[in-house]
Design a protein around this ligand. Structure first.
Ligand code: NAD
Length: 254
């Protein structure tokens, strides 16, 4: 797909295993100009070489749990670009002490942190992006099936993903006024920094190989290709949706 001339901001690239990396790479391969943002100084040693490899000049540190850092990020983006075509939100966090525990043991702090970083950051980013995005603009976030059905060990992240998918619908409505589309991809399990905190991912992947209609787990590229579709004009009539990229696993009862 030729998307030359389009501009995208990618939030949530930590390393080469990040879902955001696959999406960034496929956007660059399609001619899109990128700005990358990463959470903290400790990630710079991994993210800056990736930016070099992708030919990305601007790589901005931003802790999305801080409003002033989000405002600073968008100030820098708007000093470089007059408009933004695409925004990719591939961000989530819950303290590891909140995962792999009985759900009713979730702490107030863990609940608020998971909601803040995994959900509110998308809303906050869209608020700052509003004045940069023109009709035809598009934003995506990444969800998981634990939003809709109980996935053992996923706990508070499942509730955060449910809120994220709800926020996608409300953002689609409010940003629809500006002609901007908002969607989520619900990705099957992939081995990344985030998923390594959740117990039982390997067993889940083995079960998917046996039961999913496609008889395999997904690859990062499966998500990247769907991201390209949802961001681009190919999905011009699609907004507020959560689209499964999970080799069909979600349609199975067993
Ligand atoms: N890996 C999977 O199996 C899977 C499946 C479905 C959905 N997802 C979702 O995909 C998204 C990306 O996760 P991933 O699997 O690529 O793992 P990842 O760890 O590579 O990405 C998560 C990103 O969130 C960033 N982040 C966390 N707190 C932040 C903060 N305060 N400010 C800015 N950034 C912050 C991290 O730095 C990291 O870049 C997440 O929303 C995750 O829940 C992952």
């Amino acid at each position: 797909m030729n998307l030359t001339g389009k501009k995208a901001l990618i939030l949530g690239l930590a390393n080469k295993h990040s879902i955001a990396y696959g999406i960034a790479k496929s956007l660059v391969d399609s001619g899109v100009e990128l700005i990358l943002s990463y959470a903290s100084a400790s990630l710079a040693k991994r993210v800056l070489p990736i930016a070099d490899e992708l030919g990305v000049q601007d790589c901005i540190q931003c802790d999305l749990s801080k409003d002033y850092e989000i405002q600073n990020l968008f100030r820098l983006v708007s000093s470089k670009w007059k408009n933004l075509d695409y925004l990719v939100h591939s961000v989530a966090f819950a303290p590891s002490s909140e995962l792999n525990i009985p759900f009713h043991h979730t702490s107030r702090h863990g609940f608020l942190t998971a909601m803040d970083v995994s959900v509110y950051t998308f809303i906050a980013a869209m608020k700052e992006a509003e004045h940069l995005m023109q009709p035809g603009g598009s934003a995506i976030t990444i969800s998981y099936y634990g939003a809709q059905k109980v996935v053992p060990n996923y706990g508070v992240m499942g509730v955060a993903k449910a809120a994220l998918e709800g926020s996608v619908r409300y953002l689609a409505h409010s940003m629809g006024e500006h002609g901007v589309r908002i969607n989520a991809i619900s990705a099957g399990p992939l081995r990344t920094l985030s998923s390594s905190a959740i117990g039982g991912v390997s067993q889940m992947q083995r079960r998917i190989e046996k039961s999913a209609p496609l008889g395999r787990n997904i690859e990062p590229d499966d998500v990247a290709k769907t991201a390209l579709y949802l961001l681009s004009d190919l999905a011009s009539g699609v907004t507020g949706e959560t689209l499964f990229v999970d080799a069909g696993m979600n349609i199975m009862a067993y």
